[in-house]
Design a binder for this molecule. Structure first.
Ligand code: ADP
Length: 420
């Protein structure tokens, strides 16, 4: 394994996975701290997706250590800690504490860090993070309910979360080239710095940093520095040869779209296929009345399974969602819908369905859990950030998991086209 990655949330993990796959790496994503017994086939990169961004720091550290242990036992040559490109963290962490715990566990003493990804309008200049043309602290992120980012100076932000001190590798250091950058990093280490924020205002800066820090035990950042490391590994011919088609062997049989996302984008995507695919709408209030609604959905679905994909959706416009929430409470409405999708996924899998497109982050989590899928191999992208994935071990499911706002209006039809 060329890179073992630990991501602090699920969609961030997939974002990194897709980015590495785009550079040619074979990538497997594991959801949650893997048990010791979980074995997966060899891959260039493995991304462990945690949900540790806003948990107490002790919990984030414990999970990250366990993930590290599992990755090391499977031969990870280097470790990458992935967080959000807006450096989402609280004043106590968890970026700093997790980085330091990983450094300690690896017996290392220096971690370069950058959330920059200029391609996605995240740049770092003299240690300050910009979102487009705004400083992080004026980008809207200062009002985030869980991780308000009120300071754009990442040297200061990271320093407030760490025991060790934080230095800066500026864009001038990077533009001086790989050797000069390594030398500058060595100077920072000699001066007692344990961390360094790395500037990047162009994607090439990430590739220079990727080469300079390729042999570091630990690097941390957004998907961007992951890209830099991956590109250098590919350029050096270090990737395992593979046939990309082998990842997604042609799997015939019926396709099913399950949608629990009520985002604008998803509502548009449903509208685009509602009349082309056999469709069934679930209503939380009717679900709450007894089992008849769900039984009807299942009986309907079994009858419709065939060459054309079918669509089962609870997605509804804001007025209907509010009505359901007023009647049942938000939590109960969500539970009813998620439980319904769990049962539908389980029963349709038993009926032979192997291709699922799922819309909604929480909804995807429920379906993946119901299907007993612990690890996913990342396949071709359907839309930016949303790949087809193949379940690793167990039943050979193909899954496209889309969080709410992702994908263009033709996302569902495109998904099945990509499969051929
Ligand atoms: P997204 O990625 O768009 O946020 P999620 O699946 O994460 O989508 O979240 C959508 C939530 O809304 C889920 O908990 C789902 O169960 C719930 N939900 C879906 N349809 C309805 C509905 N008609 N009324 C109320 N809640 C709903």
């Amino acid at each position: 394994m060329l890179i073992g990655c630990i991501a602090d949330d699920l969609t961030g993990a997939t974002d990194l996975g897709v980015t590495l796959a785009r550079e040619g790496l074979s990538v497997t994503q594991v959801n949650g701290v893997p048990d010791d017994a979980l074995e997966i086939p060899a891959a260039d990169a493995v991304v462990v997706a945690l949900k540790s961004r806003t948990n107490p720091a002790e919990e984030a550290v414990a999970w990250s250590r366990a993930a590290l242990h599992w990755l090391q036992a499977r031969g990870a040559e280097r470790v990458y800690f992935k967080y959000c490109s807006t450096f989402d963290s609280t004043s106590r962490g968890n970026i700093g504490p997790v980085t330091e715990a990983l450094l300690d566990a690896l017996g290392a003493d220096f971690a370069p860090a950058t959330p920059a990804y200029p391609r996605n309008a995240r740049t770092v200049y003299l240690g300050h993070l910009f979102v487009g043309d705004r400083l992080l602290s004026e980008s809207g992120m200062q009002n985030h309910p869980l991780t308000p980012m009120t300071d754009a100076n990442l040297v200061r932000v990271l320093g407030a979360q760490t025991r060790g001190s934080v230095g800066l590798l500026s864009s001038a250091d990077i533009e001086a080239g790989v050797d000069a950058l390594r030398k500058r990093a060595a100077e920072l280490r000699a001066a007692g710095r344990r961390h360094a924020i790395v500037d990047a205002t162009r994607d090439e800066h990430l590739v220079i940093a990727g080469e300079a820090f390729l042999d570091a035990a630990l690097t941390t950042g957004g998907a961007g520095l992951g890209m830099g490391l991956a590109r250098v590994l590919a350029q050096q011919g270090r990737l395992a040869r593979r046939d990309p088609q082998s990842l997604l062997p042609k799997r015939d049989g019926p396709g099913v779209v399950l949608s629990g996302s009520c985002s604008q984008a998803t509502l548009g995507q449903i509208e685009a296929v509602r009349r082309r695919y056999p469709s069934f709408q679930l209503d939380p209030v009717t679900l709450a009345e007894g089992s008849a609604h769900l039984d009807a959905a299942l009986a309907w679905a079994r009858k419709q399974l065939g060459a054309t994909p079918i669509l089962i959706y609870a997605s509804a416009p804001p007025e209907s969602v509010s009505k359901a929430r007023d009647a049942l409470g938000q939590q109960r409405a969500a539970e009813l819908v998620e439980d319904a999708f769990r049962r539908i996924a389980t029963e349709l899998a038993a009926a032979g369905v192997r291709r699922f497109v799922v819309a909604g982050g929480e909804t995807s989590g429920a379906v993946v859990e119901a299907l007993g899928v612990r690890a996913l191999a990342i396949g071709p992208e359907i839309a930016p950030g949303v790949p087809w994935t193949a379940a690793v071990g167990g039943e050979p499911f193909l899954l496209a998991l889309k969080s709410g706002n992702f994908g263009g209006p033709d996302f569902f039809t495109r998904a099945f086209e990509v499969l051929g």
